[in-house]
Write a protein that binds this ligand. Structure first.
Ligand SMILES: Nc1ncnc2c1ncn2[C@@H]1O[C@H](COP(=O)(O)OP(=O)(O)OP(=O)(O)O)[C@@H](O)[C@H]1O
Ligand SMILES: [Mg+2]
Length: 439
C-alpha cells in the first residue's frame, strides 16, 4: 500500500497487531483509526479480517459497510450490512447504512423505508434535510428484496448508460419497441415479453442497464437478489418466488430483474436437496407462464457465471436472448466519466486522456475513480476553505491507488470460451476477447 500511516501511535498499534493477529478488539480499534484517517480501503481490510469473534463481528461488519460506501461499492456494503441484519433485524445503525447503500444504488424507495425504520428505532439518526429531499415519506415496504415502481424523478434511462450502443440497440428492438407497440409485433406473431440474460464481468452495467430498460419502458423495476430469496426462505422459497411473480403482474408494466441467476441454475445435477429442485421447477413454470400469457412483465436475469446457469433456462420463451455486457471501450469510458462528473466542480479535465489510461476499467471502477478524486478535492477544500475543483493531478493521484477489476473475470471465462462453447453461447465474449488480445 502506498499510504502507510504516518501517525506514530497508529504505527505502534499496527506493529502490535502484527504480533497478535488474532486479537479482534485490537484489530477493530486499528480499523476504526484507519477509517477516521480517511484510509477506507486499508480500514476495510482490517474490518473484514474479523469474522468469527462474536464480540466484535457486528461492529466490524458495519465498519466494513461504511468503508465500502466511502469507496463507492454499494453492493459490497449491502452484503456486509445484511450479515448484521440477518441476526439483528432491528439494528438501527445497520438499517441506516442499508438505507445509504440503497440510495447509492438509486433504490430510493427501499432507502426511504430503511431510513424510516432506523429513525423509529433511534430518533437521533433523523436527518430530514437529506432524506426528505430524496423521496416523500411513505409506508414501509411490505416485502423485502423488491423495490416498487421507481418514481419517474429518479428513473434511469439509456442516456445514463455510457457506451454499450450495440447492447442498447438490441434491447430496443427486442424489448422496448415490442413493449410500446405490441400491435405491430403481434401482427408478425411476436409478443412483448420473453426474457433476456445479461452476462459479463462485474461492475460493467448489467444491473444498471436493466434499470435503464425499465426506465425506457416506463415500467416499474423490481430487483430480486436470488441469493437472498434462497437463503432467507429455504423451504418456503417456492411460495416466495410465486409471490414475487404475482406481485410483478399486479404492478405491470414491470421489469422483473433476477440478479445472480446462477444461484438458481447452479449445477442442478449436484443439488442434493429436493427443496432446491422444487424452486427451480417453480421458477421455470413461472417463466413459461409469462411467455404463454403475454403479460406486460419483462424478465431480465444477470450473472457473472453463465456457465453455472442451467441450459433449461436458456430455452426460447425463458431467457432466450443471451447478451454479453462488455467493459466500456475508450469513448464509452470518457462518456461514463462525464456522466459521473456531471454534478461536480472540475477544471481542465481531459476525459479522453483519462479514458486512455483506464483500459480494462469497468463502469464501477470509473465511478470509484471519480469518487476517489472527489475525496481528495474535498480534503483540499477543507484545508483551503474554498471549493477546490477536480483536476487532472487529483485524478492521477486517485488512479494510481486503484486497479481495474475486469481482467480476473476474463481469465476465468477463457476456458469456457475455448472448451465449452459448442452452442456458441459465448461467441460475443469470445469476439470481444480476440479483439482485445485477451485470448
Ligand atoms: N455503462 C455504464 N454507464 C454508466 N454507469 C455505469 C456503467 N456501467 C457501470 N456503471 C456504474 O457502475 C455501477 C455498477 O454497475 P452495475 O451494478 O450495473 O454492474 P453489474 O454489471 O451489475 O455488476 P455485478 O456483476 O457486480 O452485479 C452502476 O451503479 C453505475 O453507476
Ligand atoms: Mg449487478
Amino acid at each position: 500500500m502506498q499510504d502507510r500511516p504516518t501517525d506514530p501511535s497508529l504505527k505502534l498499534l499496527l506493529d502490535a497487531l502484527a504480533l497478535a493477529p488474532g486479537n479482534a478488539p485490537l484489530r477493530l480499534h486499528v480499523a476504526n483509526l484507519l477509517e477516521r484517517a480517511g484510509q477506507a480501503k486499508e480500514a476495510r481490510e482490517h474490518f473484514d479480517g474479523i469474522v468469527d469473534d462474536a464480540g466484535t463481528r457486528d461492529d466490524a461488519a458495519l465498519g466494513s459497510a461504511r468503508c465500502s460506501l466511502a469507496l463507492g461499492d454499494a453492493d459490497r456494503a449491502l452484503q456486509s450490512v445484511e450479515r448484521v441484519l440477518a441476526a439483528l433485524p432491528d439494528h438501527a445503525m445497520a438499517l441506516l447504512l442499508r438505507a445509504r447503500a440503497h440510495e447509492k444504488r438509486r433504490d430510493h424507495r427501499a432507502a426511504r423505508a430503511d431510513y424510516e425504520r432506523a429513525v423509529k428505532l433511534d430518533a437521533a439518526l433523523a436527518d430530514p434535510a437529506h432524506w426528505d429531499a430524496l423521496l416523500p415519506a411513505r409506508e414501509p415496504a411490505a416485502d423485502a428484496g423488491t423495490d416498487g415502481p421507481a418514481p419517474p424523478a429518479d428513473a434511469v434511462a439509456f442516456k445514463d448508460v455510457g457506451g454499450l450502443e450495440d447492447v442498447k440497440e438490441r434491447i430496443r428492438m427486442r424489448i422496448i419497441l415490442p413493449f410500446h407497440k405490441p400491435e405491430v409485433f403481434a401482427a408478425y406473431g411476436r409478443k412483448a415479453g420473453g426474457g433476456m440474460l445479461f452476462y459479463g464481468p462485474p461492475g460493467c452495467g448489467k444491473t444498471w442497464l436493466a434499470r435503464a430498460t425499465a426506465g425506457e419502458c416506463g415500467a416499474s423495476f423490481v430487483n430480486v437478489g436470488l441469493h437472498e430469496v434462497l437463503d432467507m426462505w429455504i423451504g418456503n422459497s417456492e411460495r416466495q418466488l410465486h409471490a414475487i411473480f404475482e406481485d410483478a403482474r399486479r404492478r405491470a408494466p414491470t421489469v422483473l430483474f433476477f440478479d445472480e441467476i446462477d444461484a438458481l441454475g447452479m449445477q442442478r445435477a449436484k443439488l442434493v436437496t429436493g427443496a432446491m429442485r422444487g424452486v427451480i421447477t417453480q421458477f421455470l413454470a413461472e417463466l413459461d407462464g409469462f411467455a404463454s400469457r403475454n403479460e406486460r412483465v419483462l424478465v431480465i436475469g444477470a450473472t457473472n457465471t453463465p456457465w453455472d446457469v442451467d441450459a433449461a433456462f436458456r430455452r426460447p420463451g425463458r431467457f432466450g436472448q443471451v447478451l454479453f455486457v462488455p467493459p466500456p471501450d475508450k469513448p464509452a469510458r470518457a462518456q461514463i466519466l462525464g456522466l459521473k462528473l456531471a454534478d461536480k466542480p472540475a477544471a481542465g479535465l481531459d476525459l479522453g486522456r483519462i479514458a486512455d489510461q483506464t483500459e480494462g476499467w469497468s463502469g464501477a471502477d470509473l465511478e470509484a475513480l471519480v469518487e476517489g478524486a472527489a475525496e481528495l478535492a474535498i480534503t483540499r477544500s477543507l484545508a483551503s476553505g474554498v471549493v477546490e475543483p477536480l483536476t487532472m493531478a487529483l485524478f492521477e493521484r486517485a488512479r494510481v491507488r486503484l486497479r481495474p477489476t475486469t481482467r480476473e473475470w476474463f481469465s476465468t471465462i477463457r476456458n469456457h470460451v475455448q472448451f465449452a462453447n459448442e452452442s456458441g453461447q459465448y461467441d460475443e465474449a469470445a469476439d470481444y476477447m480476440r479483439r482485445h488480445g485477451l485470448m
